[in-house]
Design a protein around this ligand. Structure first.
Ligand code: PLP
Length: 383
């Protein structure tokens, strides 16, 4: 466990010139990048130490999962979510986006349908299409300031050609942590219609509200038999550049189908990804708790500031470091361009099937976030 609890979230190293996708996008322009979902913080010291040791070893041959790693994943899932899994249920893969694409091909044939609810992280929409499967969407509905599933719409959207449902839990971009009741209903729906449930739980380590808990949907009973849960340490520990993720699949037939679809096409995980994941899940808890505290402060600042900007609407972020913003009432035709010209780079809601919305990533040093929010406030004031 990391002993030191001063992780300097306010003053991380400068990412400019480090080939960061987030920072390279705007090059030399004075635009604060708050778009793609990675954090501007150094990862946990225990991860850096483990990686340094592995790098010093200097040999980077073909690598299998470290012997300790499956047990560490199992213990983390039990410790954090009370979910008991068998190490044999783990299927390693280099990323969750790979996972979304593979499951789309494994559990539906060409021309068959895969359901999801919008707004949603863009690869949920593109993964089925990439393999000539059909993405069918139903909208999430907003009630009293919270985004909810529309089970009637879901019932109507299902057809004899529907094979699976892609769930994002916790949800990117609305920040919802689905309750056990909501998850039970989604599980019932999948059982009733004989669908494979694919649950992307990459944000499960980022629950900000102290009175909410992430519930792995596969922990809710028989639904486990038709569920593929996709996970990684990469969002919580800010290591998506290291390419390590995994699926948990208790049903042997589904697991075999998934592995057969990956065979010879999906590359194995690299050595550094495995070792970083091992250190993060085994030793990174104190860093994770400090991170969540810091992110709560950023979230409160974002919510307070955005709610004071006329024309913008946002929702309480229960989990993730992403704020979802409705800019349709703002008196500009292209809100994304408008804020970019004001020096703030956001993500376009249209990519999430929600034109007129924006997504803001608040996982950056608070002084930088403050500056970005001030730029947004001033730009709207000048309108
Ligand atoms: C819901 C969700 N799934 C998957 C990913 C990407 O995962 P990976 O980098 O492992 O492909 C993200 C990244 O933002 C995400 O928000």
């Amino acid at each position: 466990m990391d002993q030191n609890t001063d992780f300097a979230f306010d003053a991380p190293p400068d990412r400019r010139g480090t080939s960061s996708s987030k920072w390279e996008k705007y090059g030399q322009r004075d635009v604060i990048p708050l778009w793609v979902a990675d954090m501007d913080f150094r990862t946990a010291p225990c991860v850096i130490e483990t990686l340094s040791e592995r790098v010093r070893h200097g040999i980077f041959g073909y690598t299998q999962p470290p012997r300790e790693l499956p047990g560490v994943v199992v213990s983390m899932l039990e410790r954090d979510f009370g979910w008991q899994v068998d190490p044999d249920w783990i299927v390693w893969m280099p990323s969750l986006v790979v996972g979304l694409n593979v499951v789309s091909r494994a559990f539906a044939a060409r021309g068959e349908e895969i359901l999801t609810a919008t707004p949603i992280y863009p690869p949920f929409l593109s993964a089925p299409r990439n393999g000539d499967r059909i993405t069918v969407t139903v909208p999430l509905n907003e009630h009293d300031g919270r985004w909810l599933w529309d089970f009637e719409a879901l019932d109507k959207a299902v057809s004899p050609k529907t094979r699976s449902l892609l769930l994002c839990s916790p949800h990117n971009p609305t920040g919802r942590v689905w309750t056990a009741d909501e998850l039970h209903r989604i599980a019932e729906f999948c059982e009733q219609h004989n669908l494979v449930l694919v649950s992307d739980e990459i944000h499960s380590g980022l629950v900000l509200d102290r009175d909410r808990k992430h519930v792995p949907i596969a922990s809710l009973g028989t639904i486990s038999e038709r569920t593929v849960t996709l996970l990684s340490a990469s969002k919580t520990f800010n290591i998506p550049g290291l390419g390590c993720a995994f699926a948990i699949v208790s049903n042997e037939k589904l697991r075999a189908k998934l592995q057969a679809t990956m065979r010879g096409i999906v590359h194995h995980v690299g050595a550094l990804g495995y070792f970083a994941t091992l250190a993060a899940f085994r030793d990174g808890k104190s860093w994770q708790l400090a991170l969540l505290d810091y992110l709560r402060g950023n979230r409160d600042l974002v919510e307070a500031t955005l709610s004071s900007i006329p024309g913008l609407r946002t929702w309480h972020v229960e989990a993730t470091y992403l704020a979802w913003i409705d800019a349709r009432e703002l008196a500009v035709s292209k809100p994304l361009d408008f804020f970019e010209q004001a020096g703030v780079g956001l993500y376009d809601g249209a990519l999430f099937d929600a034109p007129g919305f924006l997504r803001l990533n608040f996982a950056c040093p608070r002084p930088l976030l403050q500056q970005a929010l001030e730029r947004m406030q001033q730009a709207v004031r000048r309108l």
